[in-house]
Design a protein around this ligand. Structure first.
Ligand SMILES: [Cu+2]
Length: 221
């Protein structure tokens, strides 16, 4: 089985495999039929062509079968897509700002980074906007990509199921140093994430550690 980094990566892969499988079967089937007909109905064996007109059964089949196949591809993809875009129980919201040529991540307590940190087994929402041109946040390991545009807020839902570091790239050519927009997504255990989130924030607010508000509602355990 494919090892996946997020809750939906595997279902995205399954949709992909399904569509490629259907395509390969059709390619082989059509090619085989074509070769068979070329040999069987070549001019030497059938010097006189016979005109065939209309076959209702055949026409119904070649409309119905592709229709069902195409709709199944759509449905298979749509079911997971709908679920992924409508997640309700969010643990954390991170504001993402894209600019030529870097990412800026802002946490609820005001902490800002150029690398993204999120807790494992929790749902994080990224609210994304650009301060200049079009960018696109792409996390290959999560099979997620979303455009980041000026004057509009787009979003992405992250549901990591294992800890680790993953690549983040900009997937929309945004100018000369587009390639500089590579950064990392670090998925941490919940307690480590809480610790990281509050690091450096305490001294800034010059308040005792136990009164510092994290601004998140991640359940501590
Ligand atoms: Cu970019």
């Amino acid at each position: 089985m494919l090892s996946s980094a997020s809750a939906y990566a595997e279902s995205v892969d399954m949709v992909m495999i399904y569509i490629i499988s259907v395509s390969v079967i059709l390619l082989l089937g059509i090619t085989a039929a074509m070769i068979y007909f070329v040999i069987k109905y070549n001019r030497k064996r059938h010097p006189k062509a016979k005109q065939i007109e209309g076959n209702v059964a055949l026409e119904v089949i070649w409309i119905a079968v592709p229709l069902v196949i195409v709709l199944s591809m759509f449905w298979y993809g749509y079911v997971d897509f709908y679920e992924l875009r409508n997640v309700a129980d969010l643990a954390l919201t991170v504001k993402v700002k894209a600019q030529m040529w870097k990412w800026n991540f802002e946490y609820p307590n005001g902490k800002k980074t150029d690398t993204l940190y999120i807790p494992v087994d929790e749902t994080t929402k990224l609210e994304m906007t650009s301060i200049d041109v079009n960018h696109s946040l792409y996390i290959p390991a999560f099979r997620l990509k979303e455009d980041v545009l000026q004057g509009r807020t787009t979003y992405m839902i992250l549901q990591p199921i294992k800890t680790g570091s993953f690549d983040i790239a900009c997937a929309e050519y945004c100018g000369l140093n587009h390639a500089y927009m590579y950064t990392k997504l670090h998925v941490l255990p919940k307690d480590e994430f809480e610790k990281w989130l509050n690091e450096g924030m305490e001294s800034k607010e010059s308040a005792p550690a136990d009164t510092v508000k994290t601004g998140t509602n991640i359940s501590a355990n």
